[in-house]
Design a protein around this ligand. Structure first.
Ligand code: FUB
Length: 342
């Protein structure tokens, strides 16, 4: 369904019974929910969608966001608290435009908010801001993380205490414009355009002890099929597009991500944080709206998928965050979630 536009009819949007879950936040638009359990509560770090009037295009210019809110919940189904604006564009010294999907981490008694934004040259970089509290406000560093590029950071802390950032995204996320470590502003607008070659790979870097920089050169992550062959550029149903997330279950590493123009959240399993990862299947079928972006957490013995759709607005750039239970099969595979009821 490459022609999916994300625009729905008013009638489709009004029928709330067709959705598996209802929006967690209804007074503002929110998307790309990165959820974490901090201090015994669920904290959600989403994008804050607005209607900036920027025309829609394949570059994602219509996702023209300017600040972040943080939300918390004591329990699934409980009250959702809005902690207000925790970081805004005007406070970020290197700001250009578009505050896209953030993530957060906790270490050394501090909270870290990681966020992608285009710099003054219109190149996506990843910034970091710190706070003593999970709900901010967050104070940004003067510069983006050295060596960072593209977007959609997800910071995973392993059981041994080591933290890693997963990141990258093609099309508007610009990953395809980075060749040999240099940004090519005239590069492809979509992907490598080499259909028979391995698809562009998500990126990983170990974080430094202070969580403010990369502790090693950025590495590429391989996603393989069950025969051990890397997924190819032409494999739009399975290859990485954006929205990487890492979680650990029964000692295995689960890399999940969006396939973008085919709108799936799928996953691949590996034996260590760097992979390679072997493709397993779909976690979340396409939602209403073009983008699909999620996070996965364990809370009180159950697993939860946070995601978004466009139930309230019917417009692809004005999304609302949701949550649904995620279940494993006995062999560790994940049961596919359909966000729409039949
Ligand atoms: O919210 C802006 C962008 O849309 C995100 O960075 C992508 O993952 C997609 O959800």
């Amino acid at each position: 369904n490459n022609k999916k536009t994300g625009q729905q009819t008013a009638q489709e949007t009004a029928d709330t019974s067709k959705f598996l879950s209802q929006p967690l936040v209804t007074d503002l638009f929110s998307a790309d929910p990165s959820a974490h359990v901090f201090e015994g509560k669920i904290y959600i770090y989403p994008s804050h969608d607005i209607d900036a009037g920027t025309p829609e295009n394949d570059n994602g210019d219509h996702f023209d966001m300017r600040d972040y809110h943080v939300y918390s919940m004591d329990s699934i189904g409980g009250k959702v608290t809005d902690h207000g604006v925790v970081l805004k564009k005007e406070d970020i010294p290197w700001a250009g435009r578009q505050l896209w999907a953030p993530d957060a981490a906790f270490k050394n008694g501090k909270y870290y908010l990681y966020f992608p934004m285009k710099d003054k040259e219109d190149i996506f970089r990843i910034g970091v801001a710190t706070s003593d509290k999970p709900y901010g406000p967050f104070k940004p560093e003067a510069k983006p993380i050295a060596g960072s590029y593209s977007m959609d950071p997800a910071v995973f802390t392993d059981t041994d205490g080591t933290s890693y950032m997963y990141f990258g995204g093609i099309w508007g996320g610009q990953l395809q414009k980075w060749e040999n470590g240099k940004f090519n502003k005239n590069g492809s607008m979509t992907d490598s355009q080499k259909e028979e070659e391995p698809a562009l790979r998500p990126r990983i870097a170990k974080m430094s002890a202070d969580m403010l920089s990369f502790a090693e050169p950025v590495k590429e992550i391989k996603i393989l099929d069950k025969e051990g062959k890397e997924l190819l550029t032409k494999d739009h149903d399975r290859r990485f597009f954006e929205a990487a997330w890492m979680h650990k279950y029964n000692g295995k590493y689960y890399l999940s991500y969006s396939t973008g123009d085919t709108h799936f959240i799928c996953y691949a399993i590996g034996d260590n944080p760097y992979g390679p990862f072997t493709y397993q299947g779909v976690i979340l079928e396409p939602v209403q709206g073009w983008t699909n972006h999620h996070s996965i957490i364990e809370f009180n013995g159950k697993w939860w998928l946070f995601y978004h759709d466009t139930q309230i607005s019917g417009k692809t750039h004005l999304r609302n965050i949701k949550v649904a239970e995620l279940k494993y099969n006995p062999d560790g595979t994940i049961q596919t979630i359909n966000p729409m009821r039949k």
